[in-house]
Structure formats: C-alpha cells, structure tokens
Design a protein. Structure first.
Length: 291
C-alpha cells in the first residue's frame, strides 16, 4: 500500500512539473510576442532593450527560486498552499517594483551621479554573490516576522490556506496564520532582490515602460518556473557564479556609461553567453561525492 502511495505521489509530481513547464513556455511565448509588438511599435532598438532587460530579469529571478525553496522548507509550507503564497507575493512585487522603477529613473534624471552609485552597488552585489555562492536569507531574523508576531497573535498551524482566521482553539479575536508570515518573508526578500535587479535593467535602458515590462514578464512567469524546476535547484550550482559575473558587468557598464557605449545587442549576447556557460558547466562538471 505504501509503495502504491509513493507511485501515485511520484506520478502526480511529474504531472505538476509538466504542467508548470507548459505554463513557463507560455509565458516565454507571450514575452516573445510582446517583443515583436514593441519592434513594430517602437522600433528595433527598443525591442532589443526589452529582450535584453527580460533575459536579464528572468536570469536574476531564477536566484529568487533558491530563496523561495529555503523559505518554504523553513516554514514547512504544504505544497498545496505554495501556489497561493506565490500568487499574492508576485502581485505585491509588481506593485512594489513599479514604485521602485519610477523613483529610480526620476532620481537618475535629476541627479546623474546616482547612476554611478547604482553601478558601484551592482559591482559590490556581484562580488558578494560570487564569494558567498548565493543570497543568504534567515527567515527567523526577518524584522517583519517579528513585527507581525508582536502586532497580532499567530496560530501554530496552517488553516486551510487562509492568511487570517477569527477565533482559534476556543479563543475569540483575529489571528494571523503562518501563511501570512511566509508571505511577509517572500515580500521583504523580493525588496532585497529588487535592489540588484532593477539597477541592472537600468544599465540597459532608462525607458520606464520597457524596464517595468521586462520586470512584469519575468515576475509573472516566476511562479510557474518555480514549480517547473524546484527539484533541479541544486543541479545548476554554477548559476550563482554566472549571475555574479552579470551583475559585475552591468555595474561596470553603468560606471563607464559616459565614456564607453556598449550596444544593446552586445549586452544581450554577453548575458546569454554567461548564462549558457554557467548552465553547461553545471551539467557537465560532475558533483564531487562526500566520500
């Protein structure tokens, strides 16, 4: 009986992964269709900027997936509730990044020196990521988690996918559930990622519409991508190195922007090349056994 349950669970997992891959492919197709629309609407250069920004955002978003996995495992989030958390987390990220992008572009246009500061920040982030191997996150030390627990009592168990419940274990009043805590950690973690990803796209273009569109398409496909490759996270162990190099290159481009112009097509080729090499290296170089 146990063997039968394991087989059924494995089969369901394969079906879910296949469905997630199909949805990820759909989002890629929609992004490609949007690039074609931009090409006929705004011209070749703007279309290239969108494609470069999208590829860059999508590659950096993959790093988010590692963190999502850590958060879900830390809080032992049941798989059936992970979809709900990611849906609301992504919606919040879209709203937050819109304000970040408008504020960032406005500040750059008013104070040009901020462009160099963001470039230096990207170089620092790339070096840090290269040495640490991944972005670190400690859900237990997240200040938002502590604030939620201080403001409202939190139940000990998940309550059928709800963020709030009224009355719990015979007590009256409003209670938050651990799912709300998980959502808060997801949202605050995305703020940290936005500090890297948004300046990286600003290194490609200051067109607010293109910057936000690249963010939107990358983020909207993130939920499907998570469930498609969550089981393969450890396979792409050199991806962090590639992402670190991309951040450093984008930062250097921003710093040298007034003295050295890099064509958008060249940037796109470099980003795609670095990603391809890091993925191939992950697949070709065998993992050393502990023994």
């Amino acid at each position: 009986m146990l063997l039968l349950d394991l087989r059924v669970s494995h089969r369901r997992g394969r079906v879910r992964s296949r469905e997630a891959l199909l949805r990820s492919g759909l989002w890629l197709a929609l992004a490609a269709a949007f690039a074609v629309l931009v090409f006929f609407w705004q011209g070749r250069q703007v279309a290239l900027e969108f494609v470069a920004g999208y590829v860059l955002e999508l590659s950096l978003s993959v790093d988010n997936l590692f963190i999502f996995l850590v958060i879900f495992r830390y809080f032992a989030v049941p798989e059936e509730y992970q979809h709900r958390v990611l849906f609301w987390g992504i919606l919040g990220a879209l709203l937050m990044r819109a304000s970040f992008i408008l504020a960032g572009i406005g500040l750059i246009q008013r104070f040009h020196w901020i462009f160099y500061l963001l470039g230096a920040l990207l170089v620092y982030s790339g070096i840090r990521l290269g040495f640490t191997g991944e972005h670190k996150v400690d859900p237990a030390r997240n200040p938002v988690v502590k604030t939620i627990r201080r403001l409202i009592p939190v139940t000990d168990t998940y309550q059928a996918g709800r963020f709030f419940v009224r009355g719990w274990q015979g007590n009256s009043g409003l209670y938050a559930t651990p799912l709300l805590v998980v959502l808060a950690v997801i949202e605050t973690t995305d703020v940290l990622f936005a500090v890297d990803s948004i300046p990286a796209v600003l290194a490609i273009t200051l067109n607010a519409f293109i910057v936000y569109a690249s963010n939107v398409f990358a983020i909207l496909g993130l939920r499907s991508l998570f469930f498609a490759i969550s089981g393969l996270m450890k396979v792409f162990r050199f991806l962090h190195t590639g992402l670190a190099l991309i951040l450093i290159l984008m930062g250097l481009k921003m710093i040298a922007a007034d003295y050295f112009k890099v064509p958008t097509l060249a940037m796109l080729a470099v980003v795609a090349g670095v990603l391809a090499v890091s993925v191939l290296a992950s697949l070709l170089v065998p993992i050393k056994s502990a023994g």
